[in-house]
Each structure stands twice: as structure tokens, then as C-alpha cells.
Design a binder for this molecule. Structure first.
Ligand SMILES: *Cc1c(COP(=O)(O)O)cnc(C)c1O
Length: 363
């Protein structure tokens, strides 16, 4: 926005002039790049996913000409089956970022502020500003854990990432139930973008709590970040609000390729579980190797780790890695500016990171 003049900005809606948009992790085009900065999966999706995409064009000459199913019913059914809920409990959107946007609009535009931790997914403040949602930010404790007692005050809604990002720390279901029970008149959203890598999902609580919305994505654990498919699970009266927002915004968010590919992914559960196990095993190896090099690493239940080194500045480490073709995420923000968020790669990729640090940077 920097080279737009104030005079040119007179065409903009006044509130858009004030926006501070989210800055996505970069997708640079460097040769021999090792990209450990945006928590993508290092493995491809199931081969059945690729076949399903190809079949969309082969099976129907009208695949591109006709609008897709506005309700993406087939996809909702596949998700319902895999999550052991009813189709009425499922909402789908163009990535969980879009699902979250609809969640903010549907539930959080209230008199009272919503509550979320000081260190969490940085899209929440962006959506709050965009939709005019009031916020009250609650600090994590010194170990970067959520203080459940803080979530027992008057509020207009609550959103918690579990496992949290970028800290990677998981919150137990009993703590989540405590928050749900303390807030019977607020919607509590659990953003489970990383849940498949080692946390317990709150989907099993949906039947019991009429104020719970669980949000998940196919971007990380299902290797489908390029597809843009996310979903929410909740009781039907909450799903109805999301549908009302969605149908006031975009009736056809899911295209035919996204629907077909995501359905194939949910149907190949064995492949999905095997990939998750591989990432978890590689994470444990990487944690052990970096610990030997002196890094302090928070306990991770995600496909990334949050690491600091007592003797090296995190910003300088990130810059040194970048010079050697390895990109990790560095947040120059209070409390976390001595940490690196490192996505788990394949064992071979992680080894390149460890070797580069050991031989070239820390030595
Ligand atoms: C990656 C991520 C998302 C967004 O996922 P998409 O489905 O790719 O939009 C949402 N929440 C958190 C915490 C994430 O890390």
C-alpha cells in the first residue's frame, strides 16, 4: 500500500483505508529452497486425490461449464462420515481461513469483546478489525500456556487454537470443557488446524455443547493447502448461522475440483494416518537433534516446532538460514522475537537444517 497516495485513496471506502491485512508466509522462488515456513505437509496427498481431480474433467464435458453444487453435499457427507457426526453438523468453506471469517461475522459481532490469547493465529486480530469485533487479548503464562481461569469473564465469544500456533502447545479436552461450561451464552471456537499431529479433537464434545464450534482444515495434515478446503463442526443451530453468512457472501465457494479431491482424501483414511505418523516421528527426531545443538523447544503437538537458542539471536539465525536457502518463520513481535517457528519436513530435509546449523551457523 506504501506507494498509494492519500489523494488516490479518496476512492477507497473509509474503513478499508484503516485495514491492517494479514501477511501470509512467503512463497519465494529460489533454487534448492528448503521451505519450512508455512507449515505445509512435506508429503504429497494420496494418489487417489490426484486421480479424483483428473476424473472431474474425464467424467463430464460439463464440469467447467456448469456451476458446482452450492452445498457441496458430497464433501459434507465424506467429512461427516470421517468425523463421526451427522451431515447437519458440517459446514465447508474455501480454506479454514474463510470458515473462520464466516465464524467471526456469524457469532462475534457483539456488545462484549471476544477473548483470545496474546500469542495465537495472527488472523484473529485481522478479522476482528475487518468485521468490527471488539477484542480482549489475554496473555499466555510464562510457559506459553493458556490460563483457563482467565476465560471465565464476561465476553462476546472465545477463540482458541488447539494446538496453539505458533507455540505448538496443545490444550487438554478437560480444560476446553471447563471453558465451554463457564460460558454457556458465548460461542467457543476451537481452531484445530494442527490437531491431527497429536492433540485430542473437541469434535467429540459437539453433541454435548450447544455453544461449541470446531474448525479444521485439509491444508496441513491432508497435504491440500493448494486446494483451499476447510470445515467447521457444530450443532445445527450454529451451522445455520454460518450458512446464512456464506449465502450472503458467496454461494459457490467450493469448486468441483476441490470437492472431488477433498472427498477422495477423506475416503483414504489409511494414507492420511500413515502420513501423520511419519511427520510426528520426524518431529521427534528433529527435536532431539536440535536439542543436542542447544535449542530449547516447546512441547509440540503440531507439524512445526517453536525453538529458541540461548546463545543466538533468533532473527539472526533466521537470516543466516535464509542465506543458505532454508526459510523458517520468524515473528518480530513482543515475547516471541527469540523464537523460530520451524515446519517439520521429511527426515532428509530436517537433516539439511540440522547440518547447516551445526556446520555452518552455530560453529
Ligand atoms: C493454517 C491455519 C489456518 C488456515 O488454514 P487454511 O485452511 O489453509 O485456510 C487456520 N488456522 C490456523 C491456526 C492455521 O495455522
Amino acid at each position: 500500500m506504501s506507494n498509494i497516495t492519500t489523494e488516490q485513496m479518496r476512492f477507497w471506502s473509509p474503513e478499508v483505508r484503516e485495514l491492517e491485512p494479514y501477511v501470509p508466509g512467503e512463497q519465494p522462488k529460489i533454487q534448492n529452497l528448503l521451505k519450512l515456513n508455512t507449515n505445509e505437509n512435506p508429503y504429497p496427498p494420496s494418489s487417489k486425490v490426484v486421480e479424483a481431480v483428473q476424473q472431474v474433467l474425464e467424467n463430464s464435458a460439463d464440469a467447467l461449464r456448469l456451476y458446482p453444487d452450492p452445498d457441496a453435499s458430497e464433501l459434507k457427507q465424506a467429512i461427516a462420515k470421517q468425523q463421526h457426526v451427522a451431515v447437519e453438523n458440517v459446514f465447508v468453506g474455501n480454506g479454514s481461513d474463510e470458515v473462520l471469517a464466516h465464524i467471526f461475522k456469524a457469532f462475534f459481532v457483539q456488545e462484549l469483546p471476544i477473548l483470545y490469547p496474546d500469542i495465537t493465529y495472527s488472523f484473529y486480530p485481522v478479522y476482528s478489525q475487518f468485521f468490527g469485533v471488539k477484542t480482549k487479548v489475554l496473555p499466555l503464562n510464562d510457559d506459553f500456556e493458556i490460563v483457563v481461569a482467565d476465560y471465565k469473564q464476561a465476553n462476546g465469544g472465545i477463540i482458541i487454537t488447539n494446538p496453539n500456533a505458533p507455540t505448538s502447545i496443545a490444550l487438554g479436552l478437560s480444560a476446553i470443557e471447563e471453558v465451554l461450561q463457564a460460558n454457556p451464552n458465548s460461542v467457543v471456537v476451537i481452531d484445530e488446524a494442527y490437531v491431527d499431529f497429536g492433540a485430542e479433537s473437541a469434535v467429540k464434545l459437539v453433541e454435548k455443547y450447544d455453544n461449541l464450534v470446531v474448525c479444521q482444515t485439509t491444508s496441513k495434515s491432508r497435504s491440500l493447502a493448494g486446494l483451499r478446503v476447510g470445515f467447521a463442526i457444530a450443532q445445527p443451530h450454529l451451522i445455520a448461522a454460518l450458512a446464512a453468512v456464506k449465502n450472503s457472501f458467496n454461494s459457490y465457494p467450493m469448486d468441483r475440483f476441490a470437492i472431488a479431491a477433498a472427498v477422495a482424501s477423506f475416503e483414504d483414511q489409511a494414507y492420511f494416518e500413515a502420513q501423520c505418523h511419519k511427520v510426528i516421528a520426524s518431529r521427534e527426531t528433529l527435536v532431539a537433534d536440535l536439542t543436542v545443538l542447544g535449542f530449547k523447544i516447546l512441547p509440540s503437538s503440531a507439524n512445526f516446532i517453536f525453538a529458541s537458542h540461548p546463545e543466538h539471536d533468533a532473527g539472526e539465525l533466521a537470516a543466516a538460514l535464509r542465506e543458505r536457502g532454508i526459510i523458517v518463520r520468524y515473528f518480530n513481535k513482543p515475547r516471541i522475537n527469540q523464537y523460530l517457528r520451524i515446519t517439520i519436513g521429511t527426515d532428509q530435509q530436517n537433516q539439511r537444517l540440522v547440518d547447516t546449523l551445526k556446520q555452518d551457523i552455530l560453529a
